[in-house]
Design a protein around this ligand. Structure first.
Ligand code: ATP
Length: 237
């Protein structure tokens, strides 16, 4: 970790984080007293085999699911203390999500989709769309801004979802395979944008990925194994 990041405030902290699924015939402990700390401006990749619990972890970090035990604290706020309404406001204010299924609204244009978090926050449409257009330009989607998701390719939809996640200037961005649908050149554009945001606005990133190149590009790589996160040794450059 470079010294600027190690001095930065903690943006995300998990202590004793545990998730047990009790729906089946046997309890399944997917996360087992896991610890995680991510600082402002830091980008952390989470890797691990299929079924190791990466999506489960991401859902807990984003407050989309509640832990069986332990805490998630983001920007000093413990998610356990927030009811669903306040959690919704908190998410809109602090967290950007990029999920594999990007959940763009089919009847809205790329621009309207990207502007939506700002509209929800109460910003005027014109201002929201101006800001959204700026981000769409940075992900190479300005020329397609008027198109609806059904008229876009998978990679283009992914870029709109990334623009939507970043439009609010969030403190923490949670990403699940963000470059999964993208060719190398477009993935490179997204990586550059993430680098810029991490340094410009001290945004913290937690990125779940199977892509070794994407993982290696981040400040730290953590492997999820047997319910815990282990620091992964880096290959020498
Ligand atoms: N709602 C649920 N109820 C019961 N078990 C679940 C539930 N969600 C996930 N699991 C189980 O928890 C384990 C972890 O699942 P999870 O989706 O978090 O893994 P993952 O690391 O994201 O996998 P992949 O890389 O394949 O997406 C799996 O064994 C899965 O079957």
């Amino acid at each position: 970790m470079n010294s600027t990041i190690s001095d930065a405030p903690v943006m995300l902290s998990c202590q004793g984080l545990t998730r047990v699924y009790s729906e089946g015939p046997q309890d399944l402990t997917v996360l087992d007293r896991l610890t995680l700390e991510v600082r402002a401006g830091e980008r952390v990749a989470i890797v691990g085999s299929s079924g190791s619990g990466k999506t489960t972890l991401l859902n807990l970090l984003g407050g989309l699911d509640r832990p069986s035990d332990g805490s998630v604290v983001i920007a000093g706020e413990s998610l356990a203390g927030l009811n669903e309404t306040r959690l919704g406001h908190f998410r809109n204010r602090y967290i950007g999500f990029v999920y594999q299924f990007h959940h763009l609204l089919a009847e809205f244009s790329a621009l309207e989709n990207a502007a939506l978090p700002l509209i929800i926050r109460g910003q005027r449409k014109k201002e929201a769309e101006k800001r959204a257009m700026g981000i769409l330009e940075r992900v190479g989607m300005k020329a397609r801004a008027d198109h609806k998701p059904g008229e876009l390719s998978g990679g283009e939809r992914q870029r709109v979802a990334i623009a939507r996640a970043l439009v609010t200037d969030p403190s923490l961005v949670l990403m699940d395979e963000p470059t999964g649908n993208l060719d190398q050149a477009t993935a490179g554009t997204i990586l550059t944008l993430m680098d810029e945001l991490a340094s410009e606005s001290a945004c913290a990133f937690v990125i779940v990925t199977h892509d070794p190149a994407l993982a290696a590009h981040q400040d730290r790589v953590l492997r999820l194994d047997a319910g815990k996160l282990l620091e992964q040794e880096r290959a020498p450059a």
